[in-house]
Design a protein around this ligand. Structure first.
Ligand code: PGA
Length: 255
């Protein structure tokens, strides 16, 4: 059975003292959480990934990054490679977040190149997809999601890589306080699972985690994650405070 993933995406928040204080406060409280039910992840800024990995060592908290370069090595000023992240034992990397697609013009093709680098270096990818409000209102959500899935995964054998995580994040729900209803989210998640089944077979499709993201918080996580194809959340705002993040972890661990 798939464990529920509770993944915090801190985006460009928290200075070092805040990030360290968060983890120091969280870790002892995680001892009460059953690790056979949930996977707990946080993606801080690149700058703190290594320190937080060291702090979290021996605990069930996994630390990863929010992006990675599509290049292997060389003259790419400001970039961080998969090889570098692997060398500090980063557990996972988020790629294709809608904020990167929008502000940095990332395409599905580029996201696939990043995915290949992560797989080469044995780092677990969390691949984000999702439609904008205009696309939902134009009733083309399904086409948009299928295009993103094909663009990000064409030619990649997920049967060999069932650790890959997909995060469905409707862009209109991110940071807006507007959450997709559990039924709306489940409809897209079920479609993603069907696509995975048709491409890779049911064993692989059943193994892959599909997370929901977009204003997930303690008072809606249970209804969302109780849906058959929603395997956890990628959480921005509500992951920034220990109290709300821990509450979500505890709720998820009891589902
Ligand atoms: P949010 O962000 O929970 O603040 O809406 C989610 C995300 O962008 O991953």
């Amino acid at each position: 059975m798939r464990k529920i993933i509770v993944a915090g995406n801190w985006k460009m928040n928290h200075n070092y003292d805040q990030a360290k204080g968060f983890v120091e406060d969280l870790l002892p409280q995680l001892k009460e959480v059953k690790s056979d039910r949930v996977e707990i992840m946080i993606a801080p800024t690149f700058v703190f990934v290594q320190n937080l990995i060291e702090l979290a060592e021996g605990s069930q908290l996994q630390i990863g990054a929010q992006d990675v370069s599509s290049h292997e090595i060389g003259a790419f000023t400001g970039e961080v490679s998969a090889q570098m992240l692997a060398s500090i034992n980063a557990n996972f990397v988020i790629i294709g977040h809608s904020e990167r697609r929008e502000y940095h013009h990332e395409s599905d093709r580029l996201i696939k190149e990043k995915l290949i680098k992560l797989l080469d270096h044995k780092i677990r990818p969390i691949v984000c997809i999702g439609e904008t409000l205009d696309q939902r209102e134009d009733a083309i959500t399904q086409d948009v999601i299928l295009t993103q899935l094909k663009g990000c995964f064409a030619g990649i054998d997920l049967a060999d890589n069932p650790q890959v995580v997909i995060a469905y994040e409707p862009v209109w729900a991110i940071g807006t306080g507007k959450t997709a209803t559990p039924e709306m989210a489940e409809e897209v998640h079920a479609m993603i699972r069907d696509w995975l089944t048709s491409e890779y077979g049911s064993e692989t499709a059943e193994a892959i985690h599909i997370l929901y993201g977009g204003s997930m918080k303690a008072d809606n996580i249970e209804a969302l994650v109780s849906q058959p194809n929603i395997d956890g959340g990628l959480i921005g705002g509500a992951s920034l405070k220990v109290v709300s993040y821990l509450e979500m972890i505890k709720i998820a661990s009891k589902i």
